[in-house]
Write a protein of this length. Structure first.
Length: 149
């Protein structure tokens, strides 16, 4: 019985030592994003899915933009976003589809690190994208095309 107990104790001790080596189960490394631009975004129009993507010739020819940059962001809600850095210095496209199936679009939107972006409804027929630089001084207003899908 003592031999059985001693053997069992050795097995348990060995298992304990192996588990204490610091090697646990294989855990995947967290996704390291490509070069990114950190911005703040607030939606002042309507709950919608938003895409803010680096502008390039291929993206301008398609209506398939992939997963939304931010999905179902409500009116008056804001979020922090990490945008892929574009090849052409700071030029993005903006697309949105709201819960009432309104489509919004703007091209050639200049965004830099730390920008504050507001999607604003001016009246029943006009919306704009206001991009303010990280210094809170330079602000550019982009006219946004809109149409019912």
């Amino acid at each position: 019985m003592r031999k059985l107990f001693a053997g069992l104790l050795c097995i348990l001790a060995g298992a304990f030592l192996v588990s204490c080596t610091g090697k646990g189960p294989d855990v995947p490394e967290p996704d390291v994003p490509e070069a990114t631009v950190k911005v703040s975004f607030i939606n002042e129009v309507e709950e919608a899915d938003f895409w803010i993507l680096p502008q390039n010739p291929e993206i301008l020819k398609t209506t398939l933009w992939g997963t939304a940059t931010v999905a179902k962001l409500g009116t008056g809600s804001g979020t922090e976003l990490f945008l892929r850095e574009p090849e052409e210095a700071g030029t993005y496209i903006f697309r949105a589809i709201d819960r009432h199936k309104m489509y919004y679009s703007a091209n050639d939107v200049r965004i830099t690190e730390g920008s504050f972006i507001r999607f604003v409804k001016l009246n029943d027929f006009e919306t704009v994208l206001v991009v303010t630089g990280s210094d809170d001084k330079d602000s550019t207003e982009y006219e946004v095309f809109s149409a019912r899908l």
